[in-house]
Design a protein around this ligand. Sequence first.
Ligand code: URA
Length: 259
Amino acid sequence: MSENMNLEQILDWYITAGVDAVCGDEPWKKTPALDIEGKKPKELSVPRLATTQLAQATVSACQNARQICSQAETLDDLKKMVEGFEGCALRLTANKTVFGCGSAQADLLLIGEAPGADEDRSGVPFVGRSGHLLDKMLHAIHINREECFVTNILPWRPPGNRTPTDAEIAVCLPFLKRQIELVRPKIILVLGGSAANALLDNIEPISKLRGKWLDYTTTKGEKIPVLASFHPAYLLRNSAQKAKAWSDLLRVKQKLCEN
Ligand code: URA
């Protein structure tokens, strides 16, 4: 980037470089500059202070989210509360809050990771390319999307689809947990490693987690069978894994018929 570029050219340059979202109005320095003698400046303690403040802010945002959830008696209440929640900075860069949608009496609840660009525009989960594949997968086991409840770990799109941070997941998790409690599905199908790790609170790779029945315990102590499978976006890139995803879907169908 040259110093003589005007604002429009600078924006053009960013867009060409793949930057499609801004995270804040003020630029910030990631590493403090060294002084003339190459020594570390005193302001080095500032990032440490900022880290502590950030951790404290995360803890209080989590408490706030849990408190809000305990007051939500219906999905509609919860949706409004999530839309008004200010404890997660992702809300500032997202266009829409993407709350779960579908049947409030669903037997099957599906969980993805986070909204992408299409979902951020429409406010509805899984409407882009991954969503189309998900619809086809459900159709293959004779299930319509409308019969299910579809949601995500995060209700806001991380800028540029970056991986969500642990803090963002921790703050948003109470909203997902409350959606599960309100829907009370018979089965949960969790799509992709990040969503499975967040819901099941583990760090196992999806290759190890997928295909077997696990339990999710609600905050009220109820156990719900969970099956983890590959994320449709991953299947779009790795069609060789579709056979495994198909066997996961058949397990889901079988369990739904048993219950
Ligand atoms: N990927 C997800 O994990 N969720 C969506 O809603 C869309 C794409």
